[in-house]
Ligand binder design. Structure first.
Ligand code: BES
Ligand code: MN
Ligand code: ZN
Length: 497
């Protein structure tokens, strides 16, 4: 998709489709009102007939409206005019993208930026419209049979602006496109099946990203090199699988020798549970256990596309968790890179076993902060459902920055404690620490486990088990929390400038 900004008057602006907002109770946005007047009340008549209620996500296409140069007008319902929420705006702009793409219009200009969304700016609505357009038009690329390409897809989407908003809308569109692309990359990697998206495949994708951007340098560590580093915890998980583990590093350099933000993404390309085998119900969804790493891929590509002035290192420990004759067994004790011994009481708590070594490895980048992103616990879905990412941190400023980024990008998180009250749940009789903490507060004890390996730096942990993919009929990866992470980096740049 190509995005542009225009300051041309609505009546004379020539495009295949003008997009205007209408609200519940027959209220019209300024542009809808202008077109209504030029077109002899054509919009009011449709509303009076009851064909358009203004409910968020409703669309109605008009053709050959009098008095304007454009051939079509798309009415988009945005909900209650004085109460448009982020959710209703997202619903409306996604519906807009789908309606345009199915309409035969190859170009369109949106006037949705005049919709006031809570405390968000007009630029926010532009950015969000672009993100929602990119993500609404995403198509899984591994075809099931013959792919049916859309006839006359939308190719160009413009934003109606004025002299004052022109530049900021252009920046917002560019930012939105990078975030949307990053989300779609994360979704694509997440949706790929486990037999294709293996640790080796992820490593190849990382190498490709390094080749695509001069600013990104990718390195891959093989199992022998990890063994030399003493990553006994990570390697114990991979030992149960025929796919070799990879430790992927993508180093994005955009700010000289500033200390980097290190993003560590769980890259479990399939989590069968190991010897503590999962039940078969819904086990296919454990192909999504690499969505943390996918969000790191999406974030790195987004910031590289935007050339952001910041240094970011993406670290991805990638492995399968399978039940093999050589797999971890309950009761096994392994030694982590940090030297701490771990008693593996449940082989299905493998995410923390690969992350702890990756977190220790992160020390070598002399990080400003480290944020890990992981589909770590089913318990976080019990606590927060599928709307909210769990946020944990050993530094309140860092937690606040992530929560704020979540609010700004409407990709929200909620903080849970990692108080030392919970640490005794991880006591082991046979090692320094156990890998599970019993049935209470499973997400908290998982985070507490990681906290034992992050004492040397400011660290946050995002548990995305609920937010990274949808189940059921709409099964598919969401691309979250790419928006939160990119926003977090944008806010850091803003704060440091
Ligand atoms: N990848 C899972 C977490 C998960 C489960 C994410 C369900 C999404 C949906 C993780 O490796 C895991 O198996 N965690 C266990 C931990 C338990 C054994 C302490 C869990 O949550 O059941
Ligand atoms: Mn598991
Ligand atoms: Zn897992």
């Amino acid at each position: 998709m190509q995005y542009f900004v225009t300051t041309e008057a609505l009546a004379t602006h020539k495009t295949d489709c003008l997009v205007v907002a209408v609200f519940e109770q027959g209220q019209l946005s300024a542009s809808a009102q202008a077109i209504n007047e030029l077109g002899n009340d054509v919009i009011s008549r449709i509303i009076d007939r009851g064909d358009m209620s203004g409910k968020a996500g409703q669309t109605f296409m008009l053709h050959d409206v009098e008095g304007i140069a454009s051939t079509r007008v798309l009415l988009v319902g945005c909900g209650k005019q004085d109460k448009v929420t982020e959710n209703s705006f997202n619903t409306a702009s996604s519906a807009m993208a789908k309606a345009l793409n199915d309409s035969g219009a190859s170009s369109a200009t949106s006037c949705l930026a005049e919709v006031t969304v809570n405390d968000k700016s007009a630029s926010w609505t532009v950015r969000q419209t672009v993100i929602n357009t990119e993500t609404a038009l995403y198509k899984y690329s591994l075809a099931t049979s013959e792919p049916k390409p859309t006839e006359n897809p939308l190719e160009k989407l413009g934003f109606n602006a004025n002299a004052a908003t022109n530049d900021e809308f252009a920046v917002a569109a560019k930012t939105g496109q990078a975030i949307g692309n990053g989300m779609n990359l994360a979704r694509e990697l997440g949706n790929f099946p486990g037999n294709i998206c293996t640790p080796t495949y992820l490593a190849e994708q990382a190498i490709a990203i390094g080749q695509r951007f001069d600013s990104v340098e990718t390195t891959i560590l093989e199992e022998e090199e990890m063994a030399e580093l003493g990553m006994g915890s990570f390697l114990s998980v991979s030992r149960g699988s025929r796919q070799p583990a990879k430790l992927i590093t993508m180093n994005y350099q955009g700010a000289g020798d500033d200390k980097p933000v290190v993003l560590v993404g769980k890259g479990l390309t399939f989590d069968a549970g190991g010897i503590s085998l999962k039940s078969s119900q819904g086990m296919d969804e454990m192909k999504y256990d690499m969505c943390g790493s996918a969000s790191v891929f999406g974030t790195i590509t987004a910031i590289a596309e935007l050339n952001l002035p910041i240094n970011v290192v993406g670290v991805v420990p990638s492995s399968e968790n399978m039940p093999d004759g050589d797999a971890n067994k309950p009761g096994d004790v392994v030694t982590s890179m940090a030297g701490k011994t771990i008693e593996i009481l449940n082989t299905d708590a493998e995410g923390r076993l690969i992350l702890c070594d990756a977190l220790t490895y992160s020390e070598r980048f002399d990080p400003a902060v480290v944020v890990d992103i992981a589909t770590l616990t089913g318990a976080i879905i019990v606590a927060l459902g599928s709307h909210t990412t769990g946020v944990f941190s050993n530094n309140q400023d860092l937690a606040d920055a992530l929560l704020q980024a979540g609010t700004d990008s409407h990709d929200r998180g909620w903080q849970l404690p990692i108080w030392d009250d919970y640490q005794p749940q991880l006591d082991s009789n046979f090692a320094d620490i156990a890998n599970i903490g019993g049935k209470e507060a499973g997400s908290v004890t998982a985070a507490c486990f990681l906290s034992r390996f992050t004492e040397k730096f400011d660290w946050a942990h995002l548990d995305i088990a609920g937010t990274a993919w949808n189940s059921g009929k709409a099964k598919g990866a969401t691309g979250r929390p790419v928006p939160m992470l990119v926003q977090f980096l944008l806010n850091r740049i803003e704060a440091n400038s």
